[in-house]
Design a protein around this ligand. Sequence first.
Ligand code: NAP
Length: 473
Amino acid sequence: MAYKTVNPYTNEVVRTFEDTTDAELEKTLETAHALYKTFRKQDVSKRADMLREIAAKIRENAKELAEMLTVEMGKLIGEAEGEVELTAIIAEYYADNGPKMLEPQEIETGANGIAELHYQSTGVLMMVEPWNFPYYQVIRVFAPNFIVGNPMILKHASNTPGSAELLTDVISSVAPEGSLTNLFLNYDQVEKAIGDPRVQGAALTGSERGGASIGEAAGKNLKQATLELGGMDPFIVLSDANMDIVADAAWRARIYNTGQECTSSKRFIVMEDKYDEFVERLKDNFSKLKPGNPLDPETTLAPMNSKGAKEELQEQVDEAVAAGATVYYGNEKYEDEEGQFFMPTILTDITTDNPVHKTELFGPVAVVYKVSSVQEAIDLANDSQYGLGGSIYTADTERGYEIAKEIETGMMFVNTPRYSLPELPFGGVKRSGFGREMSRTGMMAFINEKLILKADAPDMDNLAGALIASQEI
Ligand code: NAP
């Protein structure tokens, strides 16, 4: 039995889940496909109304939803409540704005007649999601595609099955059967589902390894895919930055969700005249964080999501140190804690041949670089296989804006840690994946942008008509 809830604070196995059988997968595909056909004939406003009701249900069940996150993957309860509210906000956004985004657009054309783009559903989607934001990741795909009319099958992470089930139950209390079905699938079943002719696309958020598998399955079956993968987001501090703002933003940008976020700031790139102050203030803020029960609102440091995740991070830090990195702060054990806590850690003196220079650290470890010019900061920021997000701090916002254009990522933020809001597109370049989620762009990921050209009669004088007319019979 692969799917289970293990509380990373108490290490208790809370619940195990039955694997989904092939017969159950087949039944789900059939139901979802039938719903796709029903959705094609349904007015989009009906789904918008349902999505608005789903947002209300999420808020009604906020306490239970939030506590599930905290028990299952260790998130601080305050952050869990924030994720639940963001999930409701995203649902509401697509309920309010989705139908307008799907209105047909007229195309200016020299062709005879009126040309329009219609935005139509394509079919059932396979959604594969990670444990780090168990509701937010799902709603990013579900909300726009529900409006579009694409039913979805969810394979969630094997360590957050309770969250997957609970959110799906809330959604299913409003949406028709087949809209979003959570299944406890193995990897072979996911691949089989992607290859099924009733499935038209696959969306994955996760690691490069997971992304490569899903991308391969989609590619070989000629299916559309979006891949939201890892990141090593740079956090650039220029000489003129306000260090009070920087100090406050830096620890939050690294520690939020215990550093287990694709868009956590993972590489701090600091101009040499601000470096000493930066590392001292980061150390000061890290040292104030205290481990404890994540259900207690007073706790400031949550455990990592699992024993395996903590062990992997420890191995990465050990390797970095063996390769010459300095532990400026942290990397000690909390002897009194049984949970999967990792002490917030600062690594400095990273050479370009150190493994952590090119490895994503998915936990509360900050890697800090000292640079002597803006160009060096840009080059270092771009020296990564990833290209997800990044931020830059400077008193000269316009200069920051110009530098932001130079960084090879899908998202850049000037003088602010990153935002995730439904109207802003989310996604990256390079090995951070392809495609976008959220915003109008995200909504178009699995859509048929269909041309309909209507004319009362052919006009043989225009170009298209002339091509037809040139054929003699
Ligand atoms: P992961 O191992 O790839 O798991 C993510 C999901 O993919 C899980 O449901 C997992 O199932 C599934 N999966 C993995 N390999 C699969 C395969 N071959 N076939 C079918 N399903 C497969 O990722 P993770 O390590 O848990 O998550 C952390 C990674 O996600 C980090 O790299 C992080 O940066 C990235 N991430 C990216 C974003 C973004 O939006 N760009 C957001 C959050 C996280 P199991 O649990 O059963 O293995």
